[in-house]
Design a binder for this molecule. Structure first.
Ligand SMILES: Cc1cc2nc3c(=O)[nH]c(=O)nc-3n(C[C@H](O)[C@H](O)[C@H](O)COP(=O)(O)OP(=O)(O)OC[C@H]3O[C@@H](n4cnc5c(N)ncnc54)[C@H](O)[C@@H]3O)c2cc1C
Length: 424
């Protein structure tokens, strides 16, 4: 090799790289950067003030008509990020835009981000499963929710193949079942208090067991969009909880509810495909949202480390504080990078990889929790008070490790997927 053929890199006398607001991210194309800037502005001006205000209210006050939650929905609609727009993007564009959307919403407020995501799920799943009737019949502005878990079957409802079932377990009847009768799906039972938007939703994308001659079959169920104004649908009280308090949650009850067969997204033969599809996108969405939550906690901690003085110096000048910030940023960047990598991989695969989406969800939510906890430590006593934003972010992040499946269970299922990707 002739060394004179090798290009020499220009190297300034004083090497110095300044991170921008998104740390070591290479520049985005103009369109994606403009998209993110507008979302950042929305997150700063609309989401953070509304999210902080709703966090202090009771769950009933958050869910009540006229609360600022509905102002958030209408402001979000003004951004023009419709499902039509998302589905009109090329695979390449969607792989970039989808994570940016949820990173920025998560940076603004985790509870509101999930409320916006759950709101679109019945429509999103109708588009995925090719149900034109639902897409034409209902407006995207309606509030949606996803009902899958049940009071007696939380983890179990997410484990359709029953790989995790205990050999000595007695799993009992599902809490919610459906059957087809006379051109209608007839639904009975209830979904868990944890249904996001459950207490305010107009439409529910419901996953439930099929009633058969041999009793209910949770492995071959129905996925159906149910308008909540139908006779026989009722709601539980909004749930009081530790974090994501801007997100109303509550049970849905079904008493002989009849919904026309046009609302069916998947029947018993297709049920696992419908579960797989929603899990894959929900896990990726959680990865992006909680990468944003992690960055938000880090940003607050970094700013505070510059402001707060001890010994007459900003605390960031203390060696251990700089070290801690380094590890916080490492976790933020790795959560975001992994989630984007999975978004890209899944956008180009004919069948997106559920186990890859689970890697993103588990990593981002655990990193968000750890970074939020470290942010509290960075703020010292102030971190524990409601006067500062980090205790709320910590509570929001804590919920995410259970949301859409406990991380421990997702790791087992993701691990089994490495043996056989056909298992769900
Ligand atoms: C913020 C938030 C939002 C949510 N949104 C929705 C929603 O929109 N729609 C919806 O339907 N649900 C939603 N959920 C419900 C969520 O999916 C469940 O809470 C979760 O799947 C766990 O179920 P569970 O709470 O019944 O806990 P359980 O299933 O009772 O689990 C309790 C503990 O036992 C462990 N465990 C249980 N079974 C096993 C097993 N087989 N192997 C090993 N360990 C096991 C779990 O890991 C956990 O530690 C949400 C939850 C939260 C917190």
């Amino acid at each position: 090799m002739n060394p004179s053929n090798l290009p020499t890199q220009e190297w300034p006398a004083e090497p110095k790289v300044q991170f921008g607001p998104w740390a070591c991210e290479p520049p985005l194309d103009d369109e994606s950067e403009a998209f993110r800037q507008s979302l950042r502005q929305f997150a700063t001006k609309v989401m953070r003030p509304i999210g902080q205000e709703l966090d202090r209210l009771s769950a009933e006050q958050v869910a009540a008509k006229g609360s600022r939650l509905y102002e958030f929905f209408s402001q979000y609609d003004k951004l023009g990020i419709s499902l039509e727009l998302l589905f009109s993007l090329s695979d390449e564009q969607r792989a970039v835009m989808f994570p940016i959307l949820f990173e920025e919403l998560g940076w603004g407020d985790a509870g509101l981000a999930i409320a916006a995501a759950a709101r679109m799920l019945p429509f999103y799943m109708a588009a995925k499963m090719g149900n034109q009737f639902v897409l034409k019949e209902y407006s995207e502005q309606l509030i949606g929710c996803w009902g899958i878990t049940e009071p007696d079957h939380g983890t179990d409802s997410l484990d359709v193949s029953q790989q995790l079932f205990h050999s000595q377990g007695r799993y009992g009847r599902p809490n919610c079942t459906a059957r087809v009768s006379d051109g209608h799906i007839v639904i009975n039972g209830q979904k868990a208090a944890w249904v996001s938007n459950g207490s305010i939703a107009d439409l529910c994308v419901l996953y439930c067991a099929a009633e058969t001659a041999n009793g209910p079959d949770p492995q071959h169920g129905f996925c159906v969009v149910v308008p909540t104004h139908l006779p026989g649908v009722s709601r539980g009280k909004p749930l009081e909880k530790i974090g994501q308090r801007a997100l109303p949650q509550g049970e849905l009850y079904f008493d002989n509810v009849k919904v026309s067969i046009d609302h069916l997204l998947a029947g018993p033969e297709d049920f696992k495909r419908a579960v797989y599809a929603i899990h894959t996108d929900a896990n990726l969405l959680m990865g992006a949202t909680f990468s944003g939550v992690a960055r938000s906690a880090y940003d607050h901690a970094l700013a505070y480390a510059h402001e707060r003085k001890q010994g007459g110096l900003p605390i960031i000048r203390h060696q251990d504080v700089a070290r801690r910030l380094f590890h916080m940023l490492r976790k933020v960047e790795s959560a975001q990078a992994l989630t984007r990598r999975v978004a890209r991989f899944n956008a180009f695969e004919p069948v997106p990889a559920l186990q890859a989406a689970m890697l993103a969800k588990v990593t981002a939510t655990e990193h968000a929790f750890e970074v939020a906890s470290d942010a509290i430590q960075m703020f010292g006593g102030n971190g524990l008070t409601c006067e500062y934003p980090v205790e709320k972010i910590f509570r929001d992040a804590r919920a995410s490790m259970i949301e859409d499946g406990c991380n421990q269970v997702l790791a087992i299922k993701g691990g089994y997927n490495l043996i056989n990707p056909e298992w769900l």
